[in-house]
Design a binder for this molecule. Structure first.
Ligand code: PYC
Length: 310
């Protein structure tokens, strides 16, 4: 299995170029469901240690349904198949450029949640225009074990987010353990207390927002992913959900650009345009770097062939 690894602001992406399972044809959402339910051991084995690394997201290339798209892609982390992934899309675009498959300019990519567009600005810099994102519920109060009452917004940006602003704990690298524990507790509380999307979708990511000590940066976030790892990048789908909340609050004008950084200080430039269904069409610009090209080996006598799952 041929893979190329990159990182987007420190957040790793492993693009799987061949050797994945046959997911059939048809809508990508259906193929993503098959990956999640019929090939769980496969996708986890790509990312779990010792073959993978904590936080890594996989990007399985598949044929698009829409022939106008450069490729189809299904993203997953070590715990779940994702609807979309912003940092993964930046990593994927830089990987396709590295392979000579795309040149600077605009390209369409099909994901399980819809077609997005990517603009390759140079070998490392990519502008992603995501699917329409929206705030679904504002100021939802939940009771969180050990932390009392916490209020946040439920928003969609290609995945489902509960966004707490301001964070009860300062968002800085020294607090990553405490931020992780708090966001895991918040996600459990959301699930237990029925905070869900319109069609029963579970909150899969939690965001804590804070100010940045850097004067040109609008805000800093901490994002918990389904695998209980934090996003080293500012999270593309999370930033999309956050833009929807800022727009709904009248706190950011259409077309206005802000810089948002992750807990480790990786930046994205963000802006939005009004969406056709009352939400926002987010744009995020960030950088990725290629780290490795490899062939993964799955030796039958390897006791940890499927990864370390605990
Ligand atoms: O950048 O959208 C994102 C993302 C989702 C999970 C990890 N990164």
């Amino acid at each position: 299995m041929h893979v190329i690894d990159s990182h987007t602001g420190g957040m790793p992406t492993r693009v799987i170029l061949d050797g994945g399972p046959d997911l059939g044809s048809g809508p990508l959402a259906e193929r993503a469901r098959r990956l999640a339910t019929e090939h769980e051991a496969f996708y986890k084995s790509i990312l779990l240690e010792p073959r993978g690394q904590p936080g890594m997201v996989g990007a399985l290339l598949v044929a698009p349904e829409d022939s106008g798209c450069e490729t189809g892609v299904i993203y997953f982390d070590a715990d779940a198949v994702l609807g979309m992934c912003g940092h993964g899309t930046i990593g994927l675009s830089v990987t396709l450029a590295h392979m000579g498959r795309i040149r600077p300019g605009t390209h369409r990519v099909e994901t399980p949640v819809g077609v997005i567009s990517v603009e390759l600005l140079d070998a490392n810099t990519v502008r992603v225009t995501n699917v329409e994102s929206r705030r679904v519920r504002a100021a939802v109060q939940i009771e969180v074990d050990g932390h009392g009452s916490i209020t946040g917004d439920l928003a969609y940006g290609g995945n489902w987010f509960f966004i707490v602003d301001p964070s009860p704990i300062p968002v800085n690298p020294g607090n990553i353990r405490a931020l992780t524990d708090l966001t895991i507790a918040i996600r459990q509380a959301c699930i237990a207390q029925g905070v869900r999307g319109e069609n029963g979708e579970l909150v899969d990511h939690v965001i804590l927002q804070d100010q940045s000590p850097n004067k040109d940066v609008h805000s800093r976030n901490f994002v918990l992913c389904p695998d209980n790892q934090y996003d080293r990048s500012p999270c593309g789908t999370g930033s999309s959900a956050r833009l929807a909340c800022l727009a709904a609050n009248g706190a950011l004008e259409a077309g206005e650009e802000i810089v948002q950084e992750s807990v480790i200080g990786s930046p994205y430039v963000l802006s939005y345009q009004p969406g056709p269904n009352g939400g926002v069409i987010p744009t995020l610009t960030g950088q990725a770097h290629i780290m490795a090209e490899a062939r993964l080996v799955f030796a039958p006598n390897d006791p940890f062939r499927d990864g370390i799952a605990f």
